[in-house]
Design a protein around this ligand. Structure first.
Ligand SMILES: O=C(CO)COP(=O)(O)O
Length: 251
């Protein structure tokens, strides 16, 4: 069976000092939560401090994005090897905020995924439709296009390291979460595509997370769905106690 995974994506919140203080509190809270894989994705400046504070806790640290090159004249960018050196084990790629605000295309996501693998980072690859696309009944078509980019050129061995996050754009930061049935429907679709394209074994082992307004009070219903293997939590991960409540609901 798939081990549940709950990841906190802090987005552009918390400086290094606050992040380390959080990591220490969360580490103590979660010390007995051994049946759930836990990941924290702080801003770049806090990756090193958080990874250090979480050392040997079993809680992993992730970057929120990376460049596809390992170095170069790319002002403002951070590469996958830099994240790795700072202590990250995973990196979120293709988040809808990266796609929408920073213009990341599917082709960029593909390149970043390969950069992550080359650096020894596991990608948390995000896919999800906008409200407009959902209302036009294009959800599955959009997911398929994004998924193809995510797995493009990825070997079976590499895919085994990948986590996929279904994040409907209309549910992110809006307080409007997908219903458990809507989440299950999209997750089952994604797993079905993975089964068709990569085989049953790869599809059955892949952790597919739901993201979009997951809160302590709605987490359990979503996490109970058979194809929902965990959550990628934004706003509600900023408080260690609330995030711990969500993580506990995944066990
Ligand atoms: O984008 C998200 C996680 O990556 C979800 O954010 P919220 O939980 O704040 O809606």
């Amino acid at each position: 069976m798939r081990t549940p995974l709950v990841a906190g994506n802090w987005k552009m919140f918390k400086g290094a000092a606050e992040a380390v203080a959080y990591a220490k509190v969360f580490r103590a809270l979660a010390k007995d939560l051994t049946t759930v894989e836990l990941v924290i994705a702080p801003p770049f400046t806090a990756v090193h401090g958080v990874a250090d504070a979480l050392r040997n806790s079993g809680i992993a640290t992730a970057g929120q994005d990376c460049h596809w090159e390992k170095d170069g004249a790319f002002t403002g960018a951070v590469s996958a090897p830099m994240l790795k050196e700072a202590g990250a084990e995973l990196v979120i790629l293709g988040h809808s905020e990266r796609r929408r605000v920073f213009g990341d295309t599917d082709a960029d996501v593909t390149r970043k995924i390969h950069a992550a693998y080359a650096a020894g980072l596991a990608p948390i690859a995000c896919v999800g439709e906008t409200l407009e696309e959902r209302e036009a009944s294009r959800t599955f078509e959009v997911l398929d296009t994004q998924l193809k980019a995510v797995i493009d050129g990825v070997s079976g061995e590499q895919f085994a390291q990948m986590v996929i996050a279904y994040e409907p754009v209309w549910a992110i930061g809006t307080g409007r979460n997908a219903t458990p049935e809507q989440a299950q429907e999209a997750h089952a679709h994604i797993r079905g595509r993975l089964r068709a394209w990569l085989g049953a074994d790869a599809a059955d082992k892949c952790q597919i997370l739901y993201g979009g307004s997951v809160k302590p009070d709605n987490a359990r219903a979503i996490l109970q769905q058979p194809d929902v293997d965990g959550a990628l939590v934004g706003g509600a991960s900023l408080d260690p106690h609330g995030f711990f409540t969500i993580a506990s609901a995944a066990r």
